[in-house]
Design a binder for this molecule. Structure first.
Ligand SMILES: [Fe+2]
Ligand SMILES: [Fe+2]
Length: 253
């Protein structure tokens, strides 16, 4: 059972990078299931129905989200009908959408969960307790993959160790910078602290550099815009049966 997990797709540059790289990648490797974090797909902030369709048309099966879930209000038009879309399961109140989905691909039943960290993030319910609650429900799945959307490396590593042996993979998202620690944990869970982003190479986390520098140097509010120019795709390719994980960072040209 091979799974491609693509890191946060940022804006049009990220979507174009995915569209350019995926066919090439698919010819070289192949996978049964493709998951992508899409919290930044619409201009860096949120997602729209049209963009969700654009991503599905590339062969992506499941879209995960994060702290930018609600940034584009168009999500409210379709989130409750979108069985392929998951937002963090540990929002502290009942919100639209779902925190996990189950897909049947490659002859296996795989649950994809989205959970947010608490460190340096919006106020969220405990992701550890929420994971316990969801895992108790998902006993009939062959595999469980968790997108853990977090800022702090210690929390991400700790979360993965907490779930080691109980899920097939914990894939970190949100920082947009790929970490070099992809590994098989001792009890059998595949892990990477952050899969990285799919977006503009010359950017700050996929956004235009100048407004970010202006805000950093003056502290004045700025409008951040998704950056253009050459793009790259960051992902991990996993074989859940063989328990291998491989990091990919591929330019779109
Ligand atoms: Fe992101
Ligand atoms: Fe995020």
């Amino acid at each position: 059972m091979r799974v491609l997990f693509i890191g946060d797709i940022v804006g049009r540059t990220g979507r174009n990078a995915a569209a350019a790289v995926l066919p090439r990648l698919n010819a070289q490797y192949s996978w049964d299931l493709c998951i992508a974090n899409a919290e930044n797909a619409a201009g860096g902030r949120g997602i729209t129905p049209a963009i969700a369709q654009e991503l599905l048309a590339m062969g992506i099966d499941v879209l995960t989200m994060g702290n930018h879930t609600w940034d584009n209000k168009e999500i409210f038009q379709f989130i409750d009908q979108a069985d392929y879309l998951v937002r963090p399961a540990n929002y502290p109140v009942k919100v639209p959408g779902q925190g996990y989905t189950i897909v049947e691909k490659g002859g296996k039943k795989t649950a994809v969960l989205n959970l947010s960290g608490q460190a340096f993030m919006d106020l969220m319910d405990c992701p550890f307790a929420k994971a316990d609650e969801l895992l108790a429900k998902l006993t009939d799945c062959d595999y469980i993959i968790v997108d853990f959307h977090g800022e702090a490396t210690a929390e991400k590593v700790g979360f993965a160790r907490y779930l080691d042996g109980r899920v097939a993979a914990v894939i970190g998202t949100h920082t947009h910078i790929q970490t070099a620690d992809e590994q098989l944990l001792p009890k059998g869970t595949l892990y990477i602290t952050d899969v990285g982003a799919t977006g503009a190479v010359h950017s700050v986390l996929g956004m235009e550099i100048e407004p970010v520098l202006k805000r950093l140097t003056t502290k004045l509010p700025q409008r951040f815009v998704a950056a253009k120019g050459p793009g790259m795709l960051c992902a991990v390719l996993m074989d859940l049966s063989a328990k291998t994980i491989r990091r990919l960072a591929i330019a779109d040209e």
